[in-house]
Design a protein around this ligand. Structure first.
Ligand SMILES: *Cc1c(COP(=O)(O)O)cnc(C)c1O
Length: 457
């Protein structure tokens, strides 16, 4: 088969046989999509021969880019030595053991144990199991409610999507009854007539109010991403996390930090809770733990919960066939090794992160950019018609879709979330590649402005 007919065949087979996640299949059947069939360094290649700079690190997971032979070799070797064994019923495997210990070494010191899953969603399901079990063992069985935030993303199983605060997802299934949502700390969208610091404190106070309304004897935990990723890289006001931390210290509830995006350097520290100075009882990880090369997620369990669940509570009746899969754990070990050997977290906090953020912040000058925000190695900008009134370009976030399509057409993968554009590039981008990213996005902004009849310089 020539490559052209192979490509046409993929498009047709994809439409006829593949049910895509988060895709409008009617639209997809009409328009088709992009078949990615190769990648190297920070570039993806599609079957039409386009080479696209990946400003999203895959789905926030390929933080070290696509060319990492040490991870590939580790997986290959592991598959030859021990391709599979489970961790149920008092069994273990060497790679799961080594990765648990290696993860605890890079995590804040109060973490004691690692529970492995295959994904972030399953890890957040596991969090609910851990939290409920914890309070049951403490003979507080009434404590079942988990407080979360609107527009949070915690995954897509029934439990994880219930924890999440995505309206479009909630409309399509019946949610768990014991999850309660409070406001997100999204100043530009929701608090613009208040100074950011004041808004941050007010958004945090909603946690306290929710605990009072629902009853402290019924509330079990608060879950949050340090920076909401999929919600639009929502960097909270500086006052937000200190206020949340104080509330969690004063009240009887567990704090869960969902670090599926923020973990492993994205915010400029190993974990987002360190950037924002709080101490979670449970921490969700996935995505970048294997650089996206193998599916792996899990929960880091702090001393408070670990001590209750590991002293006479009996069996924890939960687990996955592939919990602690040896090949996935081998990928995790190799990834951690690279992060450490190459001082990647420091590289994000001191070198490429500041450069990326400085270049990104220049986009604030553009006539259709109402706000830029960034942290570590991810960033967002808000599209507006008018900087003063913050009026949006068009209804239904059409402006951001125009901008995203223009960016992708010019060879840059970024995402549109509501009326914002977001980017989370791989840490291994060079300064030149950051320049390319910002330059292509700038052009896409110009095209978007032109499409709405706004003059750009
Ligand atoms: C992606 C994501 C998840 C879900 O992870 P999956 O591996 O897709 O199940 C959970 N939480 C956050 C913050 C995420 O970004």
């Amino acid at each position: 088969m020539s490559s052209t007919s192979a490509r046409e065949n993929w498009q047709e087979l994809d439409k006829s046989s593949h049910f895509h996640p988060f895709t409008d299949l009617t639209e997809y059947a009409a328009k088709g999509g992009r078949v990615v069939n190769q990648a190297e360094h920070v570039y993806i290649h599609d079957a039409d021969g386009n080479r696209i700079l990946d400003g999203m690190s895959g789905l926030w997971c390929c933080n070290l880019g696509y060319t990492q032979p040490a991870i590939v070799e580790a997986v290959y070797e592991q598959l030859q030595t021990l391709p599979y064994y489970n961790s149920f019923f008092n069994c273990s495997n060497d790679k799961a053991i080594e990765l648990s210990a290696a993860l605890l070494k890079v995590m804040p010191a109060h973490f004691r144990k690692i529970f492995f899953t295959n994904s972030g969603s399953e890890a957040n399901d596991t969090n609910i199991r851990l939290v409920h079990r914890y309070f049951d063992l403490l003979e507080k069985p009434e404590k079942k409610i988990i407080i979360s935030r609107k527009n949070a993303y915690h995954g897509s199983t029934i439990a994880a999507a219930s924890l999440g605060g995505m309206k479009g997802m909630h409309e399509q299934f019946t949610r768990l009854p014991y999850v309660h949502h409070i406001q997100q700390p999204h100043w530009f969208d929701e608090g613009a007539d208040m100074p950011a610091d004041e808004f941050g404190r007010a958004a945090a106070r909603q946690l306290e109010q929710a605990i009072d309304e629902l009853g402290e004897d019924k509330v079990a935990a608060f879950i949050a991403e340090p920076v909401q990723g999929a919600g639009g890289v929502i960097v909270p006001p500086e006052t937000y996390w200190p206020a949340i931390k104080e509330i969690c210290e004063q009240r009887d509830l567990l704090l869960i930090s969902d670090e599926v995006i923020c973990g492993f350097g994205r915010t400029g520290s190993w974990f987002g809770c360190e950037t924002y100075g709080f101490k979670p009882d449970l921490m969700t990880f996935a995505k970048a733990v294997t650089n996206g090369f193998q599916p792996l997620g899990g929960v880091a369990i702090g001393d408070k919960v670990a001590s209750v669940l590991t002293s006479g509570g009996g069996e924890f009746a939960h687990g996955f066939t592939y919990s602690g899969h040896p090949a996935a754990c081998a990928a995790g070990l190799a990834t951690l090794d690279i992060l450490q050997q190459q001082n990647m977290v420091q590289h994000v906090s001191e070198s490429i992160g500041p450069y990326f953020r400085r270049r990104w912040s220049e986009l604030a000058e553009h006539p259709i950019v109402g706000q830029v925000r960034s942290q570590g190695m991810f960033a967002a900008l808000e599209l507006v018609q008018d900087k003063g009134s913050r009026e949006r370009l068009a209804p239904d976030s059409a402006g951001a879709i125009t901008c995203r399509d223009a960016a992708v057409a010019s060879g840059l993968m970024v995402r549109a979330v509501g009326d914002s554009m977001i980017s989370a590039p791989p840490f291994v981008c060079s300064a030149d590649e950051i320049d390319l990213l910002v330059g292509r996005l700038h052009q896409a902004l110009d095209k978007t402005a032109a499409a709405y009849g706004i003059k750009s310089p």
